[in-house]
Design a protein. Structure first.
Length: 301
């Protein structure tokens, strides 16, 4: 009788424990499932972040040293009144600087593209404003499936590929190009992508005359030393009727000058406008695309 009682007691205890474990596992599964559902839309960004962390953790000390030494060169750029990369030393500094900085931004999931977008919507995050801006760029370019677009700076391919167009991607950093190749292969669109390691100040000799539907640059062309020369090259490769869309930095002289009023035009804008016209382009639109004007942010700074 004692054996039977012990057996029944063990069975009851196991049964109760089994129910408790099932409930516990259900709750645990719920706690795991809810974050997974919430994080799913950001899976690609999280994967990029983790990869960037690994790259930073295993990066050679030489790259880190070069990153900090690049500041010694970059902080002097433009002090002579001439902006853009003008020497091999400056080109190397740009390469060494962005090679590390891009990974830092990606690791923190700060930016998908290492560029600050205009404030299209103040209620959105920086990254969401990047998406809004890229939607607008696609509308501006108006490229058709089968056409090719030049992405100077490796910033727009993930959005432009949705149009069915081919994208020629150019960058000074080989690690970004490798990332782009991996991304294109994973998406199954590597047959529409082309990658080139190049300083934007140099000619795009591998692109035939009037062979592109358009060209886009997201702040990466700010370091071009001769804007007119560069835009003449864009005029050569973009077919008649095609569009060139650029979002570039503003350059403000903070000295005591009459044209530094809040409604004034800043140096960078005027330089680009003049260069476009001199290169042969028809300037269709030149404006501040943000909900909060960049001019105002400059003046409030």
């Amino acid at each position: 009788a004692q054996v039977i009682l012990v057996r029944d007691a063990c069975f009851c205890h196991s049964h109760i424990l089994g129910k408790a474990m099932k409930r516990c596992l259900s709750v645990c599964a719920l706690f795991v499932l809810l974050p997974a559902v919430w994080l799913y839309p950001y899976a690609e960004q999280i994967q990029t972040s983790l990869k960037a962390m690994y790259i930073l953790a295993t990066m050679p000390n030489e790259d880190i040293t070069n990153f900090f030494q690049a500041y010694e060169v970059l902080e002097k750029m433009g002090t002579d009144g001439k902006f853009g990369v003008k020497s091999e030393a400056e080109a190397k500094a740009m390469h060494d600087y962005y090679k590390v900085l891009n990974q830092i931004c990606a690791a923190g999931v700060v930016l998908e593209i290492m560029a600050l977008p205009p404030t299209i919507d103040q209620t959105k995050t920086i990254q969401e404003n990047q998406y809004l801006w890229m939607d607008r760029v696609i509308k501006y370019l108006n490229v058709k499936p089968g056409e090719r677009v030049l992405d100077t700076g490796l910033a727009a391919a993930s959005h432009l590929e949705k149009t069915g167009a081919g994208v020629i991607q150019v960058n000074i950093d080989e690690t970004q190009l490798e990332f782009g190749k991996e991304w294109a292969k994973a998406k199954g669109i590597d047959d529409r992508m082309e990658f080139h390691l190049q300083d934007f100040n140099l000619p795009f000799s591998y692109i035939k005359d009037e062979s592109l539907g358009g060209q886009y640059c997201f702040q990466a062309c700010a370091f071009i030393s001769n804007k007119t020369k560069h835009l003449k090259e864009m005029y050569r490769v973009v077919k008649p009727g095609g569009y060139v869309v650029q979002l570039e930095w503003l350059t403000k002289d903070f000295g005591e000058k009459p044209d530094n009023s809040p409604t004034g035009r800043y140096t960078g804008v005027l330089e680009w406008e003049a260069a476009f016209k001199e290169a042969g382009f028809e300037l269709v639109l030149s404006h501040d695309p943000g909900e909060v004007p960049s001019f105002k942010m400059f003046d409030d700074a």
